[in-house]
Design a protein around this ligand. Structure first.
Ligand SMILES: C[S@@+](CC[C@H](N)C(=O)[O-])C[C@H]1O[C@@H](n2cnc3c(N)ncnc32)[C@H](O)[C@@H]1O
Length: 187
């Protein structure tokens, strides 16, 4: 057993990577993998940028969860180029916990696992794109699984609209919101 890492140490690793997650949101992503330990299915991220959220999920999966599943990270990795992401993942020795899929979500249906226990959605924030990600990826989430939407805030009305439409359906319930990171459970 390796030496215990405090939550502050994990946070400082994630905090050191450029991106747009508040400390509260980082803690939520660190814990997301362990929140679905009771389910089979993969953990998927749409929108990775330089790997801040991917690192939080991968650290959480490797250190806080029992299943220690890899994170499928879907992003075209064009702007910024893939090197930034790769460097951050390598620097923190998380290579075995990350499976990059270098595509837009609308090109990645066949690369993404069919069965998902948790998905973090932070790609294109326009209404049509969020709607697309919901239509194509949320059906793969298992009953009891979690869907985490970033930027559920007034600055991104398309995110709010698409997510509220999803939550009107009876098979979903709000769990909680960590700053602008909303967790929803599939019933
Ligand atoms: C807000 S950033 C993601 C930030 C990242 N989650 C973090 O914690 O730093 C949005 C990312 O989504 C990616 N993106 C844009 N459209 C996408 C799509 N349709 N599918 C997947 N990724 C997309 C962009 O390349 C960009 O890296």
């Amino acid at each position: 057993m390796g030496p215990i890492k405090s939550i502050y140490e994990l946070l400082s690793i994630v905090e050191g990577i450029e991106g747009w997650l508040s400390p509260c949101e980082q803690i939520a992503l660190l814990h997301l993998p362990s929140m679905v330990d009771h389910l089979s299915g993969s953990i998927v991220e749409i929108g990775s940028y330089k790997g801040k959220s991917t690192t939080a999920l991968a650290l959480g999966s490797s250190l806080l969860s029992t299943k220690k599943r890899p994170i499928y990270a879907i992003d075209p990795f064009v702007v910024p180029p893939y090197d930034f992401f790769e460097e951050n993942i390598k620097k923190h020795e998380l290579g075995e916990f990350v499976i990059p899929i270098k595509k837009h979500s609308f090109e990645a249906y066949d690369d993404c696992p069919e069965s998902i226990s948790a998905i973090f959605i932070d790609g294109d924030h326009e209404y049509a794109s969020i709607k697309h990600d919901i239509i194509h990826y949320v059906p793969r989430v298992l009953v009891g699984g979690l869907i985490a939407f970033h930027d559920y805030s007034e600055y991104w009305p398309g995110v709010i609209k698409a997510v509220n439409e999803l939550c009107k359906k009876t098979e979903f319930e709000f769990v909680t919101i960590y700053d602008n990171l909303l967790f929803i459970r599939k019933l």
